[in-house]
Design a protein around this ligand. Structure first.
Ligand SMILES: [Zn+2]
Ligand SMILES: [Zn+2]
Length: 411
């Protein structure tokens, strides 16, 4: 936790940078009481600071941004400590990074620093990575200042401001449309090709061909902390395209957790489905689950415990580690699917035995009653055509989950 860029917010709450959620919550509660403006109107500024520090540090994503990028990433520069909540609160990061022109986003503490565009780099990680933590990496292309010419574009003193456009890169022409009506037309300066500068061909930097920038294949090591969320953003300061007259934008690595064949994640909990046989469901069983860290769990269902179809059983603390508190874990939930015997698998004798065991009572009807005997047939509800089930042509959209005639639903 020593890699935080700034400790102001931690200081405001009087906690150390590695503090856990509970410590932060407690510190906030204590200070918010102590400095509440109701007690003393002079407390207001202090109280605002405490509230803002808590807002940021209690939100894992904003806290991450703050730890890596400092105050600029979580605070606007207007009106004395206005929380920059909307930009980092929800899924608004695209518009906040790409919407504003010229990177006005990261102005901080009264001095506005110009900064290039930030961009997102997706990173696919597996559920194993999230469970175990570790390091991954992303590769992307970015523009860096040409080191051969130091971003000049040519030999020293060989690059001059374009006279034709006075360095603006554009020329303006006026066209008289009628009396008192003038149309202003802007076009790219042809002398400098819109660059605003000219340089003799022979003096141009050979490395960047006068472009001042070269492409760089950038590789970033990305620390994957246990319990990180899908779509979590991991910021890297100034790792986007370099700029001549301003700070490079940030690269935000966007985690994309891939689906796992066995485990599904919900928050910090893991879910899985296990098939067991009917005899296992009735008589108990032992099964083995290979976990995301390759540990093998032996799960015992003792004799006498009956597992009913689709029931869910939980295993405590075998879920995912909680982000930033990897010693705390969610639970693992197992849904049981029960494989019943196939048609004809039970012998006459075993049926008699089963009837005895379960003390079957036969339903009886009064022979005097009127009844009509019908047969049950197998119907595959996923393939059934209208003719098989019923004759209503207008009912195409009918979800055939329940009802729809007599049938045995196959799991
Ligand atoms: Zn160069
Ligand atoms: Zn020009």
């Amino acid at each position: 936790m020593s890699r935080v860029a700034d400790t102001t917010l931690y200081d405001d709450l009087g906690v150390r940078p590695g503090a856990n959620d509970t410590e932060i919550r407690k510190a906030h509660l204590r200070l918010a009481k102590q400095y509440h403006p109701d007690k003393n109107p002079n407390n207001e500024e202090r109280f605002k600071k405490i509230q803002f520090a808590y807002d940021v540090l209690s939100d894992p994503e904003r806290r991450e941004l703050y730890d890596q990028l400092g105050m600029d990433a979580v605070k606007g520069d207007g009106g004395g400590g206005h929380p920059f909540a909307s930009a980092f609160g929800g899924g608004d990061i695209f518009s906040s990074f790409f919407g504003g022109g010229g990177g006005g986003l990261f102005g901080g503490g009264g001095r506005r620093r110009r900064k290039g565009e930030s961009f997102l780099v997706p990173l696919e990680v597996s559920l194993e990575d999230i469970y175990n933590g570790g390091t991954s990496h992303v590769e992307y292309k970015r523009k860096v200042i040409c080191s051969a010419c130091n971003g000049v574009g040519g030999k020293k003193d060989s690059v001059h401001r374009c006279r034709n456009c006075s360095g603006s890169g554009v020329t303006v022409q006026f066209r008289q449309l009628g009396p008192g009506m003038v149309q202003q037309m802007q076009s790219k300066c042809s002398d400098c090709n819109g660059e605003g500068e000219v340089c003799k061909e022979k003096d141009r930097c050979k490395t960047c061909k006068g472009q001042k920038f070269v492409d760089e294949e950038k590789k970033l090591e990305v620390p994957i902390d246990k319990g990180m969320k899908n779509e979590q953003k991991i910021p890297f300061r100034n790792q986007a395209d370099q700029m001549l007259d301003m700070e490079a934008g940030d690269v935000i690595v966007l985690l994309q957790i891939t689906d796992h064949p066995d485990f599904k994640r919900e928050g910090n909990d893991l879910f899985m489905t296990k098939k067991i046989t009917l005899v296992e469901a009735l008589c108990g069983f032992t099964m083995y689950i290979t976990h995301l860290d390759k540990r093998v769990l032996q799960v015992n269902c003792p004799q006498g415990m009956v597992i009913e179809p689709l029931c869910v059983r939980g295993i405590k603390e075998e879920g995912l580690p909680v982000y930033r508190h990897p010693d705390v874990k969610g639970n693992l939930y197992i849904t049981f699917e029960i494989e019943f015997p196939e048609n004809g698998q039970l012998t006459e004798q075993s049926i008699v035995e089963l009837e005895k065991i379960f003390k079957r009572k036969h339903t009886s009807v009064d022979p005097e009653d009127n009844f009509e005997e019908v047969d049950m047939i197998d119907i595959d509800l996923t393939k059934a055509t209208n003719e098989d089930v019923h004759n209503d042509d207008d009912d195409d959209e009918d979800p055939r989950g329940a009802g729809g005639g007599v049938g045995c639903r196959q799991q």
